[in-house]
Design a protein around this ligand. Structure first.
Ligand code: NAD
Length: 419
């Protein structure tokens, strides 16, 4: 039992123990690898527009600092708790190590529904959260980025608040900031682009013609929308989409760019294709070649896994598939080709790393350069994962996590107990 106990942390722990068994990690080494180095909880009081003072709870978890600063997004969502943030930080560790980035995993969050705040309230909360975090973060300690419910504007407020405290502009304190404020070209679409790139790689691997392929995406925010646009550009028909307001399905397909334009204008997918609305619980099990959950964790449980009707599961979201669902997929002889989250959505942190490097050097790259380096990095990880899965006869998730966990373990063994 730890401070972090809860459904999402328990899932991260179960996944880790499966990998630890596979790697034959002795039991006395496991807690040291799994439990976060540092967890911070802060209270963020702000003045609301109606004159009240409201206090929001924020968290930041730094899983380890063995390979470099902690790195990870900041989530604003009503159900955020310390266990969920710890799990997300742990997954970031394996993800960064798999991509060979010089980072430990980090994650932060505030328990709030950002859609219920006015722009001024959102700015006050974001600035206050960063203000509270100043003693614990830094460009070489912990570098934040966007996640669900936050965006480049929030990163700009974080960066400005930190910079004003230091008395100089410190763009390298966050990634995912606006290009005009030290951000990198390509970061905004990087995660979705990576999902589309790897899903297309999987089509190729399975010998499926992209021009005859179909995809369903759950979640149409930063990751889902850019993944849909990227897949559509490669010739895949987008037959299903959803966000928190609606799910739509049409075998003839939707125009991903028009859906994106609709969401830019109305903030929600509802109203884009009223005639195609379906029960959101049905979306994940509709027939398609590529199913890409790009919203929240634990949406594919045992029951959903048994009913999946796709060839490729491209995990844009973090932790969309539970360990019980993994067992179901394994029992089907891995008939569904899973691109596990720590590989599938790594495009975001890879381009965040490029942004951090550019910010540190104040030397900026072209978008083509960023995208070319991103695809090369994803391709390298893809080959390592597929190769290990084949060699060891294990699932892609076990292969991906084993590479990540083993790299962190070896770095800890080399350095000692401190970091
Ligand atoms: P976002 O806030 O931009 O979008 C989230 C989307 O999910 C929205 O369309 C929202 O309406 C939808 N959604 C929320 N709950 C839903 C539900 N129950 N059913 C269907 N749709 C629902 O967030 P994002 O940045 O796109 O992140 C999505 C996922 O991808 C998260 O798991 C996040 O951790 C992960 N991720 C994000 C990045 C990144 O760079 N943004 C990188 C790696 C992983």
């Amino acid at each position: 039992m730890t401070l972090f106990a809860g459904p999402v942390f328990d899932m991260a722990r179960t996944q880790f123990n499966i990998i630890a068994d596979h790697l034959e990690i002795p039991s006395d080494e496991r807690d040291r690898l799994l439990l976060p180095k540092r967890a911070i909880s802060v209270s963020c009081p702000i003045h609301m527009d109606d004159g009240r003072t409201a206090v929001f709870t924020g968290y930041r978890v730094q899983h380890h600092l063995t390979l470099g600063p902690a790195k990870g997004g900041t989530r604003y969502a009503p159900n955020v708790d310390i266990g969920e943030i710890a799990a997300l930080a742990i997954w970031m560790s394996w993800k960064c190590a798999l991509a060979d980035l010089p980072y430990g995993g980090g994650k932060g969050g505030v328990t709030v529904d950002p859609r219920l705040l006015s722009p001024r309230e959102l700015e006050s909360l974001s600035r206050r959260y960063m203000q509270e975090m100043i003693p614990f973060v830094g460009p070489h300690t912990d570098v934040m980025a966007p996640d669900m419910g936050t965006n480049e504007q929030v990163m700009a407020w974080f960066m400005d608040t930190y910079s004003m405290y230091q008395g100089v502009t410190v763009t390298e304190i966050v990634t995912g900031k606006p290009v005009g404020s030290g951000g990198t070209l390509g970061r905004n679409e990087a995660t979705g682009h990576g999902v589309a790139f790897l899903a297309s790689r999987a089509l190729d691997h399975l010998g499926i013609d992209p021009l005859a392929s179909t995809a369903i995406l759950q979640g149409f925010g930063n990751v889902g929308s850019h993944a849909a646009i990227g897949l559509a550009r490669r010739g895949t028909r987008i037959v299903g989409l959803s966000d928190h307001t609606v799910a739509i399905y049409d075998r003839n397909g939707f125009d991903a760019q028009s859906a994106f334009d609709h969401v830019m204008k109305h903030r929600v997918l509802k109203g884009f294709a009223d005639q195609a609305e379906i029960d959101p619980t049905e979306l994940l099990t509709k027939p398609c070649d590529i199913l890409a959950p790009c919203a929240v964790e634990r949406v594919i449980d045992e029951e959903v896994a048994a009913a999946l009707n796709c060839r490729i599961l491209a995990e844009g979201a973090n932790g969309p598939t539970t360990p019980d669902a993994d067992l179901v997929l394994g029992n089907q002889n891995n008939a569904i080709f899973v691109i596990p989250d720590i590989l599938c959505n790594a495009g975001g942190v890879i381009v965040s790393y490029f942004e951090w490097v550019q910010s540190l050097q104040q030397y900026f790259w072209s978008k083509d350069e960023v995208m070319e380096k991103l695809e090369r990095a994803l391709d390298r990880s893809w080959r390592q994962v597929v190769d290990r899965a084949n060699r060891h006869g294990v699932s892609n998730r076990t292969a991906a996590m084993s590479i990540g966990v083993d790299r962190v373990r070896k770095a800890k063994q080399a350095r000692g107990l401190f970091p």
